[in-house]
Design a protein around this ligand. Structure first.
Ligand code: M6R
Length: 611
């Protein structure tokens, strides 16, 4: 939930680190700090709040001589957001400084042991315990690499850490266990960071470190060792294809807006290479050697869970595969869950690092299931631990609110449904729309959305001015639109802090409708599909209680509402591909109009690597 970066090289290190922190700020932003060595002692500058507060402090610091530095941007786990809990943390003897993302689960026990030896703690963090443990181990192991490994072997939990030593200011160390850490190889400079964009302006050559790897890096050299025995390991560097443009705002006011507008391009990328030359079949060579699941258990969190709920409709309807969708934090604690033969798990995660989803993957694998990972981040933990991985090709998603990632997941699920439908071969195509027609509909999506986005943005802006005073919102949908109602509500609450509930439209009359009054508007998702008449009835029920309604529908439907928002007509259930950006744009405009921090909403972090 935090972002870390270490740098050593030929440039002034502190500006490189601070720039990297800006690109990691989506991971946490309640405090930040940097450390470097000046005149043989550590300078540790930390500030509560966003990076701007740290930069103000750094403005009066002499930083230019340091060529090695590390930095941290924090999402609080142990200890409130405060300067004393911000990283880096130093050992009591000031010989070592550390930055850490993760949680050391046994830190209380280690802290008590160190306190008994006279160590003093100035923060409430587990990280300060770790750095002092390394200092303590060093009493028996003078070589820092060995002391670092000895301390890490005693730590239980998750960590990605960077470590520096006062007496060797041209070297940093880094290690990972169940938290992301990528090593970047530059020319005459090296990096380690929680995510690639942190060092993307300088290099695209990376090593995805494994759990249990320890790195020692200088400007010209690096070595990677295994934690358990300090045996050297060789990882082949890889070149990432992302460019800096993908990780920048490119003239948009916010990353979120840019990412919403990127969705036609994302869909084109998802489709690339997935459709046969004849246009009549879907290709997933990654899955050809695996059986078609007799039942699929999809596990995910947040927006990825909503994608799963949406995808279930297509997998069941098109591929005729029974699907169960689970929230990862619930699934991981269902101790008696068993997979039957040829049942499969599919875990969906943009980041590939969400702790609950990763735990679910591990449990499913332990119980003998084949697990497919659907991830955006290449080399992420889920991507590496799944039996097979499918990448969603959405590119870096910087805004904390997930947008284009969901669009890419939905399209991958639609393609998967068609792929498995063909492999099963025994589905009754006569009662279905021909596969070729469905493929053509998917191929047309980027153009349909590309043409519609600007007008949708205009409409979203207009509606936001009218509804921004609401304190509550209902989002209603039926069938494939119910997961979209959940997503619309999630986007509104996470961005504008307006209370919003997503409901299956037919459930309203079982209780929630009691809340409806003229000040409690409803956003109804009502495309012209077989369920339209039923959704329309629910809209009328809301209106009968003086509830105001925004209806997202198609031209020509017989519907009256306070605000009708027409979207391009797509065959059901593909309407989701235009419904989704409408919901995203509405939430975006509401939040921006209300002056909220769109890209970094309060209390959140992009990648939830804690349970
Ligand atoms: O990286 P993941 O897809 O596993 O993340 C899951 C959720 O944390 C994420 O979708 C979250 O709900 C978003 N902030 C929603 O916008």
């Amino acid at each position: 939930m935090c972002g870390i970066i270490g740098y050593v090289g030929r440039r002034p290190a502190v500006p490189v680190v601070v720039e990297g922190l800006h690109r990691l700020e989506y991971r946490g932003y309640d405090s930040a700090g940097v450390a470097f060595v000046r005149n043989n002692s550590f300078r540790v500058i930390r500030a509560k709040g966003k990076l701007g507060a740290l930069e103000e402090k750094l403005a009066s610091e002499q930083t230019t001589t340091a060529t090695c530095a590390m930095g941290h941007t924090r999402w609080a786990t142990h200890g409130v957001p405060a300067e004393r809990n911000a990283h880096p943390h130093c050992s009591n003897d000031d010989s070592l400084a550390i930055v850490h993302n993760g949680i050391i689960e046994n830190f209380q026990e280690l802290k008590a042991e160190l306190a008994a030896k006279g160590y003093v703690f100035y923060s409430e963090t587990d990280t300060e315990v770790l750095v002092n443990l390394i200092a303590e181990c060093r009493k028996d192991e003078p070589e820092l690499l060995r002391a670092f490994a000895a301390a890490l072997r005693r730590a239980r939990g998750a960590y990605a850490v960077c470590l520096m030593e006062r007496n060797a200011p041209d070297t940093f160390y880094a290690a990972r266990m169940s938290a992301p850490l990528i090593f970047g190889l530059g020319t005459g400079e090296n990096f380690a960071a929680s995510d690639i964009p942190a060092f993307l302006p300088y290099t695209r050559k990376v090593i995805f470190l494994d759990d249990g790897d320890i790195v020692r890096a200088t400007a010209r050299d690096y070595d990677i060792f295994r934690l358990e025995n300090l045996e050297p390991v060789a990882h082949e560097p890889q070149t990432v294809l992302w460019d800096m443009q993908a990780a920048q705002k490119n003239g948009y006011r916010h990353y979120m807006l840019k990412e919403i507008f990127e969705q036609p391009r994302v869909m084109t990328d998802v489709l690339a290479g997935r459709i046969s030359e004849q246009g009549d079949s879907v290709l997933f060579p990654e899955l050809d050697s695996l059986p078609v699941p007799v039942r699929l258990h999809i596990v995910a969190c947040g927006t990825s869970w909503h994608s799963a709920l949406w995808g279930r409709h297509l997998l069941e309807d098109w591929a005729r595969i029974p699907v169960q969708v689970e929230i990862a934090s619930e699934f991981r604690h269902r101790d008696n869950f068993l997979f039957e033969r040829d049942e499969m798990a599919l875990v969906i995660s943009q980041s590939g690092e969400t702790a609950d989803t990763l735990a679910a993957l591990r449990i499913a694998r332990e119980r003998g299931a084949t697990v497919i990972g659907l991830c955006n981040i290449i080399g992420s933990s889920i991507a590496r631990e799944a039996t097979a991985v499918l990448y969603t090709q959405a590119g870096p998603e910087i805004s904390v609110a997930s947008t284009k990632a969901m669009c890419s997941q939905m399209l991958m699920l639609a393609l998967l449904a068609l792929y498995w439908q063909a492999r099963r071969g025994n589905t009754d195509e006569s009662r279905q729309i021909p596969r070729g027609q469905r493929i053509s509909a998917l191929v047309s999506l980027p153009a349909v959305l590309g043409d519609a986005l600007s007008a949708m943005h205009e409409k979203a802006r207009e509606l936001s001015r009218k509804y921004a005073k609401a304190d509550n919102f209902f989002y209603l949908g039926r069938g494939h639109c119910f997961p979209l109602a959940l997503e619309g509500a999630l986007k509104l609450k996470e961005l504008s802090y307006i209370h919003a509930e997503g409901y299956a439209a037919g459930e309203m009359k079982h209780g929630p409708i009691a809340l409806v009054d003229p000040a409690f508007p409803t956003f109804a998702i009502a495309p012209d599909d077989p369920l339209f008449p039923k959704t329309k009835s629910n809209i009328v029920e809301v209106q009968a209680r003086q509830g105001k309604v925004i209806a997202l529908t198609n031209e020509g439907t017989d519907l009256s509402a306070d605000d009708i928002w027409t979207i391009p007509r797509l065959p059901s259930p593909l309407a989701g591909f235009v419904v989704l950006p409408a919901l995203q744009l509405f939430s975006y405009e509401m939040a921006d109009y209300l002056g909220k921090d769109v890209d970094q909403p309060r209390n959140l972090a992009k990648s939830v690597t804690v349970e």
